[in-house]
Every structure is written in C-alpha cells, then in structure tokens.
Ligand binder design. Structure first.
Ligand code: PEP
Length: 256
C-alpha cells in the first residue's frame, strides 16, 4: 500500500510572515495527520520560518524547490543538498517544467541532482510531463519514457523506491486546465510500467507517483481516486491554506 503524498509548491511566493500564517492555519485545519504525507515546499528564504512554525509537528515535512548537484564550493547563487539538510529539509523538487523550460535543465542535469539528493539522504520529487504539442503529435509515452530513463539513470532499487515521481503535463500547469482523471491515470500507469522495465515490478509498485497541474479542491478527489495516482503536487491552489487543506483531505478520503 503506497502512502499518499500531497505537496505544496509555493514557487516564488510567500514572505516569512505569510508562511508562518499559512502553517498556523493549516495545522488548525488538519490537526494530527499521519495517514497522508504532507510536504510544504517554500522558497529558500522561508524554509527556516516554516520549520519554526511547524514546531513539534512531525507529520508535515519540508521540501525545497531545487538544488545544485555539488555539495559545496564556488557556485554563487546555488544551494546544495547539504545546506538543505542543515535546514531539516526532507524532499527536493527536481526537474520542474519551469526549471526545464526557463532555466535550460536537461534530463542529464536533473539526473545529477537526483543522484546528489540521494547521496545526501534527501528524497527527490522528480517532475516529468509532455507539452501540448507533444501530446497532439501522439508522443506522450515517448516523452515520458525519455524523461524517466534520463532523470533516473543509475539509481539503485532502494533509491528508486525512495524517489517520488510527479507527472505534470506542461499544458496543465498554472493554466486552470487539469488533465482528466482518465488522461492522468493512463499516463501514471505508463510511468509505472516504465519503472518496472527500468527496475522490477516490485519496486515499480512501491514508487509513489503524484499528479500535478491545476489540482484544486474540486478536482482533487476524482484525480486521487485513480489507482495509480498517489497524491498531488499543487502549485496555485497551495498558496491558500484552506484550499490546500481541502486537497489534503481529498487524499485522505481515499486512504480511510
Ligand atoms: C506546479 O507548479 O507544480 C503546479 C502543478 O502548478 P499548478 O497547480 O498551479 O498548476
């Protein structure tokens, strides 16, 4: 049984004060959650504040939005896995489509980061997904296969099991247009099938695959009730604590 994982990707938003207010509201709304893994992924500048606001709550974990593959050194403007660990970060989002398209990240770069994350005992959330043009040309499976194989090259079975995949069709990110549950399930099933080929059936069955792309309280339940959808990576709707809490609760209904 895979434990669902719902993550809030705040992108380049949220001051320290807004972050603290968000966490306070979320904790009140969700209470003590253990059946779902909840991850907050603030900008680097708010990570310490979110940690402080979480207090003794062990059930909500911290994530980061990116990292460099080197551990330290002369890389002005970059953050390493070791520095993230120092802030008690547990997850790191890698290969987000905004990183790929706006900052030129290739599968090879993503792969270096994924391996560096595992070496530092950080769990990567690896984003993959096709553009609308690629979908229209019938190339969804080809693109997902290339991105998966490239980003995950060289991982052991244990590392693969500890990796989360986020299927995020680029045309659905921040557009208000989510994939239908059927489209998403079809892609997730293909991803799991590909993971089995990369590794083996048992490992593939254990890997959690999140859906991301315009997830909102009103579509979250239907998406997460699909057999191969193990949670959500939420952008826009994660900036409001009440809508994010509703999405977490939608994942919970599936678990209970
Ligand atoms: C994202 O940024 O990962 C994302 C899925 O954004 P949104 O929910 O706003 O589409």
């Amino acid at each position: 049984m895979r434990k669902k994982i719902v993550a809030a990707n705040w992108k380049m938003n949220m001051t320290q004060a807004e972050s603290a207010a968000f966490v306070k509201s979320l904790l009140l709304d969700l209470g003590d959650i253990t059946d779902i893994e909840v991850v907050i992924v603030p900008p680097f500048t708010a990570i310490a504040k979110v940690m402080e606001a979480l207090g003794p709550s062990q059930n909500i974990k911290l994530g980061a939005q990116n990292m460099h593959w080197e551990q330290n050194g002369a890389f002005t403007g970059e953050i390493s896995a070791a520095l993230l660990r120092d802030l008690f970060v547990r997850y790191v989002v890698l290969g987000h489509s905004e990183r790929r398209t706006l900052f030129g990240e290739t599968d090879e770069i993503v792969n270096r980061k994924v391996r560096a994350a595992h070496e530092a005992m950080l769990r990567p959330i690896v984003c993959i997904g096709e553009t609308l043009e690629q979908r229209d040309k019938g190339n969804v499976e080809k693109i997902l296969s290339i991105q998966l194989r490239g980003s995950l090259a060289g991982l052991s079975e244990k590392e693969l099991h500890e990796t989360v995949i986020a299927y995020e069709p680029v045309w659905a990110i921040g557009t208000g247009r989510n994939a239908t549950p059927e489209q998403a399930q079809e892609a997730h099933a293909f991803i799991r099938h590909t993971l089995a080929k990369i590794s083996d059936e048992t490992t593939a069955e254990r890997v959690r695959i999140q859906y991301g792309g315009s997830v909102k309280p009103d579509n979250a339940h239907e998406l997460m009730s699909q057999p191969d959808i193990d949670g959500a990576l939420v952008g826009g709707a994660s900036l409001d604590p009440r809508s994010f809490a509703q999405i977490v609760k939608a994942a919970r209904e599936e678990e209970l």
